[in-house]
Design a protein. Structure first.
Length: 134
C-alpha cells in the first residue's frame, strides 16, 4: 500500500500543515502524518522530540516491516512486546501492541560497515508501536 501514491495529511503543532519546500526545517513541536492504506485502513505516524508513535488500522492480516541498520558490534533483540537495539552510542526501544508475531531476518545490501536487519511485525486489524530514543 505504502509503495503506491501516498496522499498524506500533515498536522504540525495541532494545525493542518502543507510543506511548501522540498526541504523544510521545523522547530520543536509535534508533526503528525496520516495516510490511507489502500481501501483497507489508515496509518498514523506522530513525530515527537524523543519518540515516534505509529498506529495502524487495517482490515485483516498484514505485515509491517521495520528496517534496522546495524554494525557488527550492535545488538538487536526482537521480542513480542519490545524490540531493543543496543549500540555504542546508546539504545533504541520499540514497544509493541497487538503484534501477532515478530521475527527478524538479514537482508542483503551493500552498506559499507553496516548490515540491514529487518523486523517483521505480523498483525490482524491493528498494530501500535512506539520508537523511543532514551
Amino acid at each position: 500500500y505504502e509503495a503506491g501514491d501516498l496522499l498524506a495529511e500533515l498536522s504540525y503543532r495541532g494545525s493542518s500543515y502543507r510543506q511548501e519546500e522540498e526541504i523544510t526545517i521545523l522547530t520543536a513541536g509535534t508533526l503528525e502524518v496520516s495516510y490511507p492504506l489502500g481501501e483497507r485502513g489508515t496509518k498514523n505516524v506522530i513525530f515527537k522530540e524523543d519518540r515516534i508513535s505509529v498506529s495502524i488500522e487495517c482490515k485483516g492480516g498484514f505485515t509491517e516491516i521495520l528496517p534496522f541498520l546495524v554494525y557488527e558490534e550492535d545488538e538487536l533483540s526482537p521480542g513480542k512486546q519490545q524490540i531493543r537495539m543496543k549500540t555504542s552510542r546508546g539504545e533504541v526501544l520499540v514497544s509493541l501492541k497487538h503484534a501477532r508475531a515478530v521475527f527478524s531476518e538479514d537482508v542483503e545490501a551493500e552498506l559499507d560497515q553496516k548490515r540491514c536487519q529487518v523486523v517483521k511485525l505480523e498483525a490482524n486489524d491493528r498494530l501500535n508501536y512506539e520508537i523511543v530514543f532514551p
